[in-house]
Design a protein around this ligand. Structure first.
Ligand code: CTP
Length: 405
């Protein structure tokens, strides 16, 4: 029997900031605005000063039902350039000029649109439109690559064809249908962890020897930080990052708990474990701890060497894998000095976890302290998937995609 229920449009009820910059294709954006309204989206149009030369704000106000913003200080409400973007589900910039793309890539906030993008946290879809020489200019391409690596900026187009300057080439604004389809996909991506509670550990633990010395490792905590940020971006209900890394900063819209050593990390993991749906253990937990911690500085001459005695550390992953509930997902990390898949497989087999992420810590260009990583995902059933080198945020996206599969 055919269902009478219509599938809900992903853009229905979504609040959209529609940014328009100064390009000929600006007139087409009126059509996009109208389509979005018909889908049930709440659309707020923002024009850059140059965009006003291409399209009349009155047209967009009439189509969207909200007064179009044209001026940086056009405060409809208090601090509108912050309140508007922060309440939006998605920002679309169509057409996006080389100028606006480059400003965003460099954090410049010189008009209402660029300021809104910087203060937002939702996905930003950019539909570039420009002359082909401008498009292929390495400066513009570098700015695009830079934005893509942050994980929150996405590009649609440009397409090939006749350009406004009379030539043929790449630089036409993406087709309306494809822009709308890309927006739908982004809104889904932005919500696919909805209702899930995510717990992440990060950084290298510091095990005190005495009041000044400790044993630790080079883990920077960046991978765990990026996974947490990605989980927030994917709409998780709660994200808790338990980290030793003081320099990464706090995660946005989540809880960051700073710890020093394994004992503190273990306590915090156990505190939040029961409620968590997904637990991702990126922390490089020290394998050894001093047998005794001295509260004063040991004297090198007659105390230090005889007191440097270690024992094997508690293994947090092992402890939680014994308590794992049926619908919980636990992801382990394996820091290996070479692409040692056999070792990682052994780690997954001896623990009740769902998959392990292997990263090669012997390479300087990825892993510890780097902004980049290259991983191999090994499933419980032995399936292996390699993820090529990318910024840690994009690696985080692959890990979360794998969990959702
Ligand atoms: N781990 C942990 N507690 C420890 C050691 C490791 O919870 N005391 C977790 C890490 O967070 C990681 C996984 O176990 O998710 C694997 O860590 P790794 O150091 O690569 O492996 P080990 O099991 O310690 O094995 P080895 O050091 O011998 O390779």
């Amino acid at each position: 029997m055919e269902s009478n229920k219509k599938a809900v449009d992903p853009l229905s009820g979504k609040k959209i900031l529609l940014g328009i910059t100064g390009g000929i294709a600006a007139y087409k954006t009126a059509g996009i605005c109208s389509r979005l309204k018909k889908k049930g989206s709440d659309v707020f149009c923002v024009l850059t000063p140059n965009a006003e030369k291409f399209i009349n704000p009155v047209t967009l106000s009439a189509l969207s039902g909200h007064r179009t913003v044209t001026d940086m200080f056009d405060n409809h409400e208090k601090v509108y350039h912050v309140s508007l973007p922060q309440s939006c589900d998605i920002i679309l910039i169509a057409p996006a000029t080389a100028n606006t793309i480059s400003k965003i890539a460099n954090g410049i906030c010189d008009n209402f649109l660029t300021t809104s993008v910087v203060s937002s946290s939702c996905p930003v879809l950019i539909a570039p439109a420009m002359n082909e020489n401008m498009w292929i200019n390495p400066i513009i391409q570098n700015n695009i690559k830079k934005l893509e690596q942050y994980g929150r900026y996405f590009f649609s187009g440009p397409g090939k064809g006749k350009l406004a300057c009379g030539t043929e080439g790449t630089g036409r604004m993406q087709e309306e249908d494809i822009i709308i389809e890309d927006m739908e996909n982004l809104v889904v991506l932005n919500n696919d962890l909805k209702g899930k509670k995510v717990l992440v550990t990060a950084g290298g633990t510091r095990e005190n020897i005495d009041s000044v010395r400790y044993i630790s490792n080079y883990s920077s905590g960046k991978m765990g930080y990026e996974i947490s940020m990605e989980a927030v971006f994917r709409g998780a209900e709660e994200v808790i990052l338990i980290t030793t890394a003081r320099n990464s900063g706090k995660i946005f819209k989540g809880k960051t708990i700073l710890v020093n050593n394994t004992a503190e990390m273990k306590d915090m993991v156990l505190k939040y474990f029961n409620d968590a749906d997904i637990i991702i253990m990126t922390a490089a937990v020290s394998d050894v701890v001093p047998q005794k911690k001295f509260e004063y500085k040991l004297k090198k001459k007659d105390e230090l060497f005889e007191n440097l005695k270690f024992r094997e550390n508690d293994n947090i992953l092992e402890i939680i894998s014994e308590k794992k509930k049926k619908d919980q997902i636990i992801v382990g990390f394996a820091a290996e000095s070479s692409q040692n898949i056999a070792n990682a497989i052994e780690k997954i087999n001896k623990r009740n976890i769902d998959f392990i992420v292997l990263n090669d810590i012997s390479r300087n260009d990825i892993g510890f302290e780097s902004d980049y990583n290259e991983i191999t995902i090994i499933d419980k059933d032995g399936k292996i998937r390699k993820v090529p080198k990318a910024k840690k945020r994009l690696i985080a996206r692959e890990i979360i995609d794998h969990i959702l599969k």
